[in-house]
Design a protein. Structure first.
Length: 264
C-alpha cells in the first residue's frame, strides 16, 4: 500500500526528475503537498526505500536525500516496462476487497446460483472475475493496461532469448492474449507468421488488427480456439488449471495437436 500511495502521488517521477538525490522539503514542494504532511512523507519514503525502490543518501550535511534504485525506475510512468500499473491493478479495491470477506466465505454454504463459489464472486454479486470486468470499464482498462505493459518486457525477452520456440511456426494464436502486445511483438520478430489474439469481447472489441500479420478474434477460449500451428499462453494459469482439473477433452485434443508455448 505504501508503494501504491507513492505511485499515486507521482513520487517516482518527482524523484527521477530531480538533478541528483532529492531532500524531503524539496519533495514536499515538488509533489505540491501541504508542509504539515512532511513528517508523514518522511515515513513513507523510509518504507519505499526499505522495499528497495529508493536509495537513501545521508552523506551531504547529514540531510536525508533520496534517489531511484533500478527497481524504482520501473515505477516511472514513461518507462515502457512500467510496473506501476500492474501494482495499481492488483491493489485496486476490486481485487483487495474480497480478501476482507474470506472468513465469511468459509462459513457460507455453496449456493445454487454459485454466488459463493469464490471470495471474488461473493463480494461482487456472484460474478466471476472476467464476467465482472465486462461490467466495469474503468477497472477493465486498468487491468488490461497493466497486462499490456507486462507483455512489453516479457515479449522483448521471449522473442530474443526464446526465439527457437517460434522458429518454423507459420501461424500462432495467443489464447486470452489481452490487448495483443505479446502477439504484436512476436509478429514483428517473425514477419512471415500470422498471429491471432483471442480474448473476450469486452477486451478486444474496437481493437484494430495490428498490421498485416496480427488479427483479433473475440470469443471464449473454453468454447473454441482459432486453428493455428501453435498456441501461446501467457499468464493463463486458469486455462491450464481447467485443462488439468476439468478435463476439457475438446480443448485438450486441440492443444495436443499443435505446439504449446506457455509463459506462466
Ligand atoms: C491474466 S490476463 C493475461 C492476458 C495476456 N495473456 C497477458 O499475459 O498479458 C488473462 C486474460 O484472459 C482473458 N480471458 C479470461 N477468460 C477468458 C475466456 N473464457 N476466453 C478468452 N479469454 C479469456 C481475460 O480477458 C484476460 O485478458
Amino acid at each position: 500500500m505504501s508503494i501504491k500511495c507513492a505511485v499515486q502521488l507521482g513520487l517516482p517521477e518527482a524523484v527521477g526528475a530531480h538533478a541528483g538525490p532529492i531532500s524531503l522539503p524539496d519533495l514536499v514542494s515538488s509533489l505540491g503537498l501541504p508542509p504539515s504532511k512532511a513528517p508523514y512523507l518522511h515515513r513513507l519514503l523510509r518504507l519505499v526505500a526499505h522495499s528497495g525502490f529508493l536509495s537513501l543518501h545521508t552523506k551531504l550535511n547529514d540531510v536525508e536525500r533520496y534517489s531511484l534504485t533500478p527497481a524504482g525506475r520501473f515505477l516511472l510512468s514513461d518507462n515502457p516496462y512500467n510496473a506501476g500499473s500492474l501494482l495499481l491493478a492488483v491493489l485496486d479495491p476490486v481485487l483487495t476487497e474480497p480478501f476482507h470477506h474470506m472468513s465469511a466465505w468459509f462459513r457460507s454454504e455453496k449456493d445454487d446460483d454459485d454466488v459463493n463459489t469464490t471470495t471474488f464472486s461473493s463480494t461482487h454479486g456472484g460474478k466471476m472475475a472476467w464476467e465482472y470486468m465486462a461490467t466495469d470499464a474503468v477497472f477493465s482498462d486498468l487491468f488490461n493496461d497493466a497486462m499490456a505493459r507486462d507483455s512489453c518486457m516479457i515479449a522483448e525477452l521471449v522473442v530474443k532469448e526464446g526465439r527457437s520456440a517460434f522458429e518454423g511456426v507459420g501461424s500462432l494464436v495467443d489464447v486470452a492474449g489481452g490487448t495483443g502486445n505479446m502477439a504484436k511483438a512476436v509478429a514483428k520478430a517473425f514477419p512471415g507468421m500470422s498471429c491471432t489474439v483471442l480474448d473476450l469481447p469486452h477486451v478486444v472489441s474496437g481493437l484494430e488488427d495490428g498490421g498485416n500479420n496480427v488479427k483479433y478474434v473475440a470469443g471464449d477460449m473454453f468454447e473454441s480456439i482459432p486453428a493455428a500451428d501453435a498456441v501461446l499462453l501467457k499468464v493463463i494459469s486458469c486455462f491450464l488449471f481447467y485443462l488439468i482439473f476439468y478435463n476439457l477433452n475438446i480443448i485438450f485434443n486441440y492443444i495436443c495437436n499443435c505446439k504449446l508455448i506457455a509463459l506462466v
